[in-house]
Design a protein. Sequence first.
Length: 614
Amino acid sequence: MNAASGLEIIEAAKVHEPPVVESKDSLDNAIQEEFEIPTEEELRTLRRVSGQIPWSAYTIAFVELCERFSYYGTTAVFVNFIQQPLPPGSNTGAGKEGQSGALGMGQRASTGLTTFNQFWAYVMPLLGAYMADQYWGRFKTIQVACGIALVGHVILIISAIPQVITNPDGAIACFAIGIVIMGIGVGGFKSNISPLIAEQCTEQVMRIKTTPKGERVIMDPAVTTSRVFLYFYLMINVGSLTGSIGMVYAEKYVGFWLSYLLPTLMLITVLCPMVIFLCKSRYKLTPPQGSTIAKAAKLWSLAMKPKWSLNPITLRRNIKAPGFWDPAKPSLLGANKPAWMTFDDAWVDEVRRGLIACKVFLWYPLYWLAYGQMTNNLTSQAATMKLGGVPNDIVSNFNPLFIVILIPIMDKVVYPACRKANLHFTPIKRITCGFFLASMAMISATVTQAYIYKQSPCDGNNANSCYLDEAEEEKWQSSISVWVQLLPYGLIGFSEIMASVTSLEYAFTKAPVNMRSSVTAVSLFMNALSSALAQALVALAEDPLLVWNYGVVAVVAFIGGILFWLDNAKVDAEEDKMNLLPSAHYKARENVADPESAEGTMYEKVSSEKRSSV
């Protein structure tokens, strides 16, 4: 970045004449007088460090751990529940020394249903974000979402009790209803929990700090946010790891009903009481701001009005031209601005920045396509390999284990080393690395599948339905150890730290303050689009086409990484410039004349948080 541009943005706060909050001096100016703001030279040369993470952020991370325990503990057994048949003589699905199963619908059905579950769980964040930003606020939306998810979990338990599981038609109907209801709750939770944890950190302006050793460093809020989301993601994977391992063994030795019951008990005994009763008064909460999404849409429409053209080349040129947003800025409209325009120019800049983030996220379906193989096809692949007595769905838990190990290394060693060497490993660069790591994971899965087919005695192209006896009771398994799958699971885990963690960070730092849930939901929605794309590849998710399945996904992720960087290299150069935008002034209600009396105005909320940090 041109550091002078960043300083110009800070200085621009001095001359903003917001149409809504005219009686206030710029808060950024006050902070600049209180703290030493880095100069152009210092921005270029000084090491950047994180601010302090408040204890309230850690409690929210624990809430996320509990929710992920319940979700991943439940979904970890979905593939076997759908794909594999009930073991002979079992009415619980427990395989014990054999393969656990319930519905016996095959790999294509299991891939289709688990892909739908993933699609649904990532569509619902859009609804959760809308309710949070417009009506309820983040915390109340999380409370309601937990209650809805609890209902879904209870229905899943019913689908697995002995009286139901032995009736495949009834079990699949109950299972489908359960995942739909659970998905609504999961979506409402996911779109709001990550903005809530990052909002506990109130530092929002870069400033100079002298360490105990006398070193002058820049305390960068972006670095703080990055650390918050690293450890937030670590807690996600601790919950995933403990939930998945426990439920896989519950499935194998007791039955699917216990695999669904224990996550439900986590919701009832730990998560719901903690969220609903104990913690609300302890958190910094941003109130809902009304029709922010509608105003952002009107703003874009107003900016687009003079840019429309029937010629697509001209239209594209007009959209990319400098000054695209100028026709929608209140300062230029003056007395002609519409009644709904209850904000200043800075909020227009924030909306522009948020839309840039959404454009960045549009590439993510190509990444999530590779990640999605881990939740279904790799589990099925493991069932055709030499297991050595471990359940086929236990190996996937090495993915969160790798993440739990790697995150402290990245935070304590790799990222500080990059900053000390003045190498700015920006979000766009990290996301690009994530694409390539995901592609490498799929290449390894492709090679493994090719060798499995090579060993198969069933025409050399059959693995999932290859039996050693005519009665089809003893399934063939490759001599390749299942632990070979540690390579793709490890690479996917590394790619998540680069791409998935960064998407949460990017959504939070680039969204307008009063639209953080909405932009986070757009980021999560890309996973749903990926699931829809994966449905088109379901035909490849069976013998003898599995080599093509993994190979196609590997190529898509690799090409996606190249195109992602080419499309966003200019955005990468503006990283600091976008982070240094001045605080926006936004009035939530059009009929409130005095912002001092406007309950819950965004300006008041952000101002109070920044002053408390000063």
